[in-house]
Write a protein that binds this ligand. Structure first.
Ligand SMILES: [Zn+2]
Length: 238
């Protein structure tokens, strides 16, 4: 194989690994952000349940006060009942007392409903607290893990660059410029190995004549379809 083809192949393999490592490295801030967002969400649910509990408690206390007022009113009417002169007045007041009783009973139902709701909200608050603790633990462990991962990837990226940059000078300037141009416009893949008689990147079949030329590996050839540099390797024969 022409030495510059060998070098092109090596540079492409380093660049492909570099892209992969760089992509993983770029994902780390987002993964950290997702852990923080999960904790924020747990805190939000906790806050929401607490506020709702407070609201229901206030509502219940309001109803309880109302019941007290209705009770006092009822007792007052019952005392007045004894001093009434006519049967008509007496019946009217009895009716009023009945109305108060029914009002009181309605409010007592509401109070019971509030109690039930409070009970379920207390459980929700407790559950949200547990979730916060769990998300805090996950964030802490996750951040340590991500920091380690980032350091390893930075190291990998650095050494891949060093290795690649040692090989790049083995490629003649114009060919290297072509490689860089292709890589820039073809998602980082400028060199394709031949696979099953086709360009390994765009999968377009090579003409018999192109196959013959590429098998010789004595010139820099480009895929007629995608323009990438095509190289025959050991794997091309399989
Ligand atoms: Zn191609």
């Amino acid at each position: 194989m022409l030495p510059e083809l060998e070098a092109l192949l090596q540079v492409q393999r380093y660049d492909a690994r570099l892209m992969d490592a760089q992509r993983k490295r770029d994902e780390i801030p987002g993964r950290r952000e997702a852990l923080r967002a999960a904790l924020d969400q747990a805190k939000g649910s906790h806050e929401h349940a607490k506020k709702e509990l407070e609201r229901v408690r206030l509502e219940r206390r309001g109803q309880e006060k109302e019941i007290e007022v209705i009770q006092n009113e009822g007792s007052k009417l019952e005392r007045q009942l004894l001093n009434l002169k006519t049967n008509k007045e007496y019946q009217a007041m009895l009716h009023e007392i009945e109305l108060l009783k029914s009002k009181r009973s309605d409010r007592e139902t509401l109070v019971l409903e509030c109690f039930e709701r409070e009970e379920s909200l207390v459980a929700q608050v407790k559950q949200a607290e547990l979730r916060i603790a769990e998300e805090e633990r996950r964030l802490k462990a996750g951040e340590a893990e991500l920091e380690k991962e980032a350091a390893t990837l930075d190291q990998t990226i650095h050494s891949l660059r060093v290795d690649r940059d040692q090989v790049r000078p083995n490629i003649p300037g114009p060919v290297l410029a072509r490689y860089d141009r292709l890589a820039g416009s073809r998602n980082g893949i400028a060199v394709a190995e031949v696979r099953k008689g086709a360009c390994g990147a765009c999968f377009t079949a090579l003409t018999p004549q192109a196959m013959q030329e590429v098998r010789r590996n004595d010139a820099v050839l480009q895929c007629e379809s995608c323009g990438r540099i095509v190289i025959w390797t050991e794997a091309s024969a399989t």
